[in-house]
Design a binder for this molecule. Sequence first.
Ligand code: FAD
Length: 397
Amino acid sequence: MAKLCQTEDLTDIQQEILSTVRQFVNSKIIPVAQELEHSDTYPQEIIDGLKELGVFGLTIPEEFGGLGESILTYALVVEEIARGWMSVSGVINTHFIVAYLLMQHGTEEQKAKYLPRMATGEVRGAFSMSEPGLGSDVSAIATKGTKLDDGSYSITGQKMWLTNGASSTLVALLTKTDEGADSVYKNMTTFLVEKEAGFGETAQGVTVPGKIDKMGYKGVETTELILEDHKIAADQILGGTPGKGFFQMMDGVEVGRVNVAARACGLAWRGFELGVAYAQQRKTFGKAIAEHQAILFRLAEMATKVEVSHSMMVRAARLKDTGKRMDVEAGMAKMVAAEYANEVVEDSFRIHGGYGYSKEYEIERLMREVKFMLIGEGTSDIQKMIIGRQLLKEYAL
Ligand SMILES: Cc1cc2nc3c(=O)[nH]c(=O)nc-3n(C[C@H](O)[C@H](O)[C@H](O)COP(=O)(O)OP(=O)(O)OC[C@H]3O[C@@H](n4cnc5c(N)ncnc54)[C@H](O)[C@@H]3O)c2cc1C
């Protein structure tokens, strides 16, 4: 049998990219991940290395200085990186989503202004929908963009949970605006907010207060963002027309869901690798624990879950590459990969016995990181809601 997480029908270029990234992960990420994660240190050298490899511009078209690769390539790269350290995949994820939003929905001026500098990693993206009072329920957004007499806007409100909130310099930010539409979803607008990297007042009326202290997903910062009468020109509206923000962001979230599925696959893959290695080294009752059938069966179930997740993630990425809406497929892939990753990592933890509880072992970190897969880009409950509603449409009597 082949090893896990193999993908059929990749081009030579895709295989070359994945092999380069895998070498980078094995030599530059895995050896330092434990130490950087435990000390909550930003992985600057790793990020510089990824910039050199061109990863920040992976999906950006060649005319804008990127590699012009597909969402599938991006998802497989994310899987490889998350296998090394999930936090690093978080550094690039919101960047990818913002680049995707610009490519799909930006005006020609916006593409020309940002994409070349995003391809090099000079401009770094963050994606902001959540607020202190909402995550799943985007319709409840309270941050408001008010149109001023001169045609520009003033934004006031509080945003929550911005991955890369401090290191980013361009935030795709969803607000309410008054378009006079009959639906709350048509009264939302995405603004492209420019700011400096760092904490404190990073642009006029834009403050990044500090890092949120998290149980895992360390190294990469997650922040709040406070906007107080932030003045912004109308040409910073994504696509130039207000009222389209919700639909643009949902398109971006589909890419985000493929991304979280890929991250979960990477975590599960690593969890399996650690478990299968430990099970052959540790002896109890005169033999390696892998020879006890309970452990062997556990390994078999873990590997099967890794393969199921990988296949569904690859299918979702390929579908997104066709340009079709695929909220059900993205939701299914995200839900299955997240739930299975949680189970696989826990099984690996159990295989490690007491040592799994020691901070010296990688599985301890994975146990904390994998919990985020159950929440990011929509909880499993929300995925079920999306899948279920669509099923009732497809199978309506
Ligand atoms: C580390 C981290 C990084 C993040 N990064 C970002 C980011 O970069 N940008 C961003 O915009 N957001 C980000 N988020 C926010 C994330 O997307 C939300 O936390 C997530 O969508 C869940 O929203 P919530 O926390 O408000 O939970 P809630 O929406 O309050 O949900 C609470 C519980 O209720 C359940 N629930 C809610 N509604 C329903 C329903 N209709 N039916 C059944 N169950 C329901 C949920 O499943 C959950 O179990 C991040 C979050 C974390 C923890």
